[in-house]
Design a protein around this ligand. Structure first.
Ligand code: MRU
Length: 348
């Protein structure tokens, strides 16, 4: 509830929206300074928006990719067009498995009907994926808030809110639910270099939701955790391997180490569409390596000598033994291991 006792809005923003003929998407690279809506007409345009992080966040890129396949079939109802669309979308980003899962589902739906009905079937499947993710967000919020009942201060990393997943997001949905239930007094938000998803997007969403928060530089977080400033770390995820290892935004692993050293819960929140049962462990997850310019600059301004050699892994892997609980729409895995992840996968 807000100070006036009214429930918070379901989501502070609608990041993507299929309007019947085009996919409309808020360009997240420009937030919070400009709110520009992109109109995307085909698979390549959707893939390009995903590649440059105008559309980002694991569940959201899955949803957008599903619509991307349907859009391509609107232009050309043929099998080569379907194959082309699936390939370009799957290649857009390698780490979040939601992308591949959504594309495979929409492709299978299109192939299950006569060619003349492919487009309608693809669109219906894309809409179903979106609706499932909205429902999953609400269920994760309830499951996570029950797990963290009474917690007054949490730290989160990157952006796992309404800009990253339909509904209220994943980790941020749990945080909003804790705030709605009245226990949460403070959220520490890490900046999340190099692209500042925490500073630009999570601070924007929390402020729209009227949830008290403080922004910290990434390197301040471990000492603040050690000093007892938060009672839990709550983050999203891009891929959960079969053994429970989790890939999420780079910097997540060091937060897990800090949470474990401080003896506080390290909680990962994500829908089951983020679980990859075919990936045995975190070592098999492809980690996206992005361009050096993202490291050599901040918010478009140079921060290092021209030509400085860089590494820019966009994600890291947190081993399952550092994860206190995995919150999904189907329930909570705790401890997080091969058996508990398999149990979530087989649960309906
Ligand atoms: O590179 P990004 O901004 O797409 O990375 C996003 C994250 O790492 C999120 O934590 C993750 O996708 C979960 S989103 C609900």
């Amino acid at each position: 509830m807000t100070a006036t006792g009214t429930p918070r809005r379901a989501g502070s923003v609608r990041a993507v929206h299929f309007d019947g003929s085009v996919l409309r998407a808020v360009d997240q690279t420009l937030l919070p300074w400009e709110k520009i809506e992109l109109s995307l007409h085909d698979a390549e345009e959707v893939a390009a928006a995903i590649r440059r992080l105008a559309i980002r966040g694991a569940p959201l890129i899955g949803v957008a990719a599903g619509f991307g396949v349907a859009l391509e079939l609107r232009r050309e109802r043929t099998l080569p067009a379907l194959d082309r669309a699936c390939a370009v979308l799957c290649e857009a980003r390698p780490t979040a498995v939601n992308l591949r899962h959504a594309v495979e589902r929409v492709r299978a739906a299109a192939l299950s009907v006569p060619q003349g009905e492919m487009q309608a079937a693809a669109l219906q499947e894309a809409r179903e994926i979106e609706a499932e993710e909205v429902a999953a967000s609400a269920a994760m919020a309830a499951n996570g808030a029950q797990l963290l009942s009474g917690v007054a201060a949490v730290l989160t990393h990157c952006n796992a809110g309404a800009l990253a997943a339909p509904g209220r997001g994943t980790a941020l949905a749990v945080i909003a639910e804790l705030a709605d239930r009245g226990s949460l007094a403070k959220v520490l938000v890490t900046e999340t270099r190099p692209l500042l998803q925490g500073a630009r997007l999570t601070a924007y969403e929390l402020s729209a939701l009227a949830i008290a928060h403080q922004l910290v530089i990434d390197s301040a977080a471990p000492a603040l955790i050690a000093a007892g400033e938060v009672q839990a770390v709550v983050v999203g995820c891009d891929r959960v391997a079969a053994n429970g290892d989790v890939a999420n935004k780079v910097g997540t692993y060091s937060l897990a180490l800090a949470a474990n050293a401080a003896g506080i819960p390290f909680v990962v929140v994500g829908p089951t569409s983020t679980i990859d049962p075919d990936c045995p462990d975190g070592g098999q997850i492809e980690i996206e390596e992005r361009g050096a310019d993202e490291v050599r600059s901040a918010a478009g301004h140079p921060t290092a000598p021209v030509g400085t050699d860089c590494r820019n892994p966009a994600f890291d892997v947190t081993p399952s033994h550092l994860i206190t609980a995995l919150v999904t729409e189907r329930g909570v895995a705790r401890p997080v291991d091969r058996a508990s992840v398999a149990a979530l996968c087989s649960k309906r």
